[in-house]
Structure formats: C-alpha cells, structure tokens
Design a protein. Structure first.
Length: 244
C-alpha cells in the first residue's frame, strides 16, 4: 500500500494494532505484539501513546516481544533498543513491565545461546505473535537478519553487515562505536507471526523495497522471504515505492 504521507500511513497502522488489542481483550485473550525499532515505527508508537492518553486504549492485556538488540549493550545506554522502546512507547502506556520482552544485550556471551532458546519458547508459550511490525534495512534485513540469514533461522546472535553499521554510525557518533554483533529474532520467528506489517519511508529504501517485493526470494535479501507469508502488507510512502 502506497501513501502520500508517512504520518497518515502510521496512523492507519496504529489503528490496526489498536483494533487488534481491543478485539483480543473482548475475547479475554492476550494480544501478542512483535515490535520494531528504528526511525520508521516512531509515528506508529506516537499514535498508540496518543490513543492511550486521549481514548483510553489500554495495554494491560498486551505482551510485547522486540525483534532485536545490539550486543553487548547496556539497557541504560541511550543507543540501546531497550532505551528506545521505553522512550517512545513503554514509559507512556499502561503495559505491565513483566509483559515486555526485549533481547538482553547485557548477558555474558556464554549465556546468549540459552537466552535465544528461552526467547523462542516464551513467544511460543504466549501463543505466538499476533502481529509483527517491521522496518527494513538497506541490506534487506528485517530485525537484524542480515544477508545470508536462513529461512528457518530462529532467535540468535548475528554479525552486523558493514552497511548496517554505516547506517547506525551517526547515532553512535562514529562507526567505531557501533557494536559488531546483535541478538535478533530469526526469519522463522518472524514468519510465524499471524500478521506482518512492514514500514518503509523515503527514497533511500526504494531499491531494497523493490528487491524485497519484486525480486527473487533469496537469503541475500532476507526481507524477500516475506513473499512466502500469506498475511503481510508493505506500507510505503511515495519515496520508498519509487522503484516498483
Ligand atoms: C535497524 C533495526 C531494524 C530496522 C532498521 C531500519 O537495523 N534493527 O529493525 O528496520 O534499522 O531502520 P530505520 O527504520 O531507521 O530506517
């Protein structure tokens, strides 16, 4: 779906999430959301916060799983995805802290493997992801599933692509400060979500969006795997759709 304005598009995506939360609440079920970081979903979070404050949308019934986190990374570090999510969403809504799940960038490296197994298990026990929000990186990554990621990959640690580190450099005040590793949900984790919405704004994303939607399905563009999902929408602005 192509929108003139990414703000309007974000409001519509937030509305879909709000409707799902309300529907699940009526059914007496938890709503399990997979959440993304980066600049693309910021307006969606802003709108969800607005709906909480002005319309009483409650997140008491919501469980969240974030896609990824840099490793190593302290939660209190302003570049952490933990910090980002609290700053843009969690600090402003009534979600229960125990229902927030974000890959932990603080654990010792010999505990990552078990952490990833437990993260997968937690998603499963929560009933799976009802909705997964995604952005897309210039390498074609979703979460931090860089080129080469397997269709059946689960949550794991991954070496970041050089292009991804270049794109993250301004936030870290230089590429030397950008972590080389991250913990990310896998392609398989994402694929099992019942509904997926990917956001891409601006001409910088046009080339990779074209490859993801119209190119062959390949591990070189991990977002192209989404072509095999039966309930996915790419929400684009005019810039991001330029090469379709
Ligand atoms: C990071 C995140 C991705 C995100 C991507 C794009 O690499 N790990 O989940 O999709 O950035 O970020 P932006 O939305 O700022 O373009």
């Amino acid at each position: 779906v192509i929108f003139k304005d990414s703000n309007k598009a974000s409001v519509i995506v937030a509305q879909e999430i709000a409707n799902l939360i309300k529907k699940k609440e009526k059914l007496g079920e938890k709503c399990v959301l997979g959440l993304a970081t980066g600049s693309s979903p910021i307006k969606v979070y802003e709108e969800l916060v607005r709906m909480h404050k002005e319309e009483g949308l409650s997140f008491k019934n919501v469980v969240t799983f974030n896609l990824d986190e840099y490793y190593p990374m302290q939660k209190t570090n302003t570049q952490s995805y933990w910090y980002f999510m609290h700053e843009h969403l969690f600090n402003h809504i009534d979600i229960l802290p125990e229902n927030i799940n974000i890959p932990n960038g603080e654990i010792p490296s010999n505990e990552i493997y078990q952490f990833c197994i437990d993260y997968e298990m937690k998603i499963k026990e929560a009933g799976g992801l009802d909705f997964q929000l995604l952005g897309i990186g210039r390498t074609g990554h979703i979460g931090f599933n860089e080129p080469g990621s397997h269709f059946n990959s689960g949550t794991r640690n991954i070496t970041l692509d050089h292009i991804t580190r270049i794109d993250a450099a301004p936030a870290f005040l230089g590429i030397d400060n950008v972590p080389k590793v991250a913990i990310t949900m896998g392609i398989s984790t994402i694929r099992r979500a019942k509904r997926i919405v990917l956001l891409a704004w601006g001409i910088n994303k046009a080339a990779v969006v074209q490859k993801a939607i119209e190119g062959e399905v390949t591990s070189e563009i991990p977002s192209s795997y989404l072509q095999h999902h039966d309930n996915v929408t790419f929400v684009l602005d005019e810039g991001a759709s330029e090469e379709l």
